[in-house]
Design a protein around this ligand. Structure first.
Ligand SMILES: Nc1ncnc2c1ncn2[C@@H]1O[C@H](COP(=O)(O)OP(=O)(O)OP(=O)(O)O)[C@@H](O)[C@H]1O
Length: 258
């Protein structure tokens, strides 16, 4: 479990996150929603342990983030940020292998690498330099590298992702519908296998399809934390996003008129 106690963050005199208390339970998909600049990426970075100057406390499985050693934390949670560095002309295979390398030199095996390449439909691109990939292909490669960090071995059994956390900032950016749906299904499957996910989403349909619980952020303030059903209500979304949202039909699909 992630436990956030009186977490806040101020940068250059600007309050980016106002004090908040939240407990994020394991095995669920938590969706962060809010306008541009609401503080979603900042909160994700606090959870990843990247922002050392935050105030308050973040505990992972009862232990302060600062008390985790970096190698242990790296194997426990993986963070896909909004922007990626592509400084080196790695091949797709090398990039994904970098993620596996975090598990320890010699610990990873080729079957893990093959499984990940297959999951992200990267097999045919494995030998290509990442500098030649399209935007969506590159996003899939970085997503694959990120989850490789916490990828289980075959010996882990049915709850093979148990205790692992995936922190995703707009993972679907640039992905075509086919790959969005494929990864959406896989993420649900991985959660059944014990994975916990916190993700930033702007698309309300994706939020509806994926979220178990939602965190609604506005101007750095946590407006609401609770079940997706309670969160994804037209009144709340109107206040959060300043757009008119309607419930479309008996299934309860959200609709926004253009
Ligand atoms: N180093 C910084 N100095 C000053 N302001 C910053 C700094 N980093 C981020 N901010 C500001 O903090 C606010 C929150 O940023 P953050 O990236 O968390 O927003 P977000 O909700 O993820 O937005 P988006 O949906 O656009 O990705 C923004 O207004 C941003 O401009």
């Amino acid at each position: 479990m992630f436990e956030i106690r009186q977490l806040s963050y101020t940068c250059n005199g600007q309050v980016l996150l106002q004090p908040m208390d939240v407990k994020l339970r394991s095995g669920q998909i938590h969706v962060l929603l809010g306008e541009n600049g609401a503080g979603k990426s900042t909160l994700l970075r606090c959870l990843s342990g990247a922002l050392h100057t935050m105030q308050g406390e973040v505990l992972l499985d009862g232990k302060l983030l600062a008390e985790w050693s970096l190698p242990e934390l790296a194997k426990k949670r993986a963070h896909l940020g909004q922007r990626q560095e592509n400084a080196f002309a790695f091949s797709v295979r090398q990039l994904v292998a970098l993620g596996l390398e975090v598990q320890g030199p010699g610990k990873q095996d080729d079957s893990q690498l093959q499984e990940i390449l297959h999951c992200f439909d990267l097999h045919d691109l494995a030998e290509r330099s990442i500098s030649t990939l399209s935007g969506g292909e590159l996003q899939r490669a970085h997503f694959a590298r990120t989850i490789a960090q916490i990828w289980p071995t075959e010996s882990h059994g049915e709850q093979r992702f148990s205790g692992k956390w995936l922190l995703l900032d707009e993972w679907y950016a640039g992905l075509d519908l086919k790959h969005q749906i494929s990864l959406l299904r896989k993420m649900k499957q991985w959660c059944h296998e014990g994975l916990s996910i916190v993700m930033v989403v702007h698309d309300l349909h994706l939020a509806q399809a994926l979220a178990d619980r939602c965190l609604l952020l506005k101007n750095g303030e946590l407006l609401f934390y609770g079940s997706a059903q309670e969160a994804l209500q037209p009144d709340r979304l109107r206040q959060l996003l300043e757009v008119e949202v309607h419930v479309d039909n008996e299934q309860g699909y959200l609709r926004v008129d253009f």
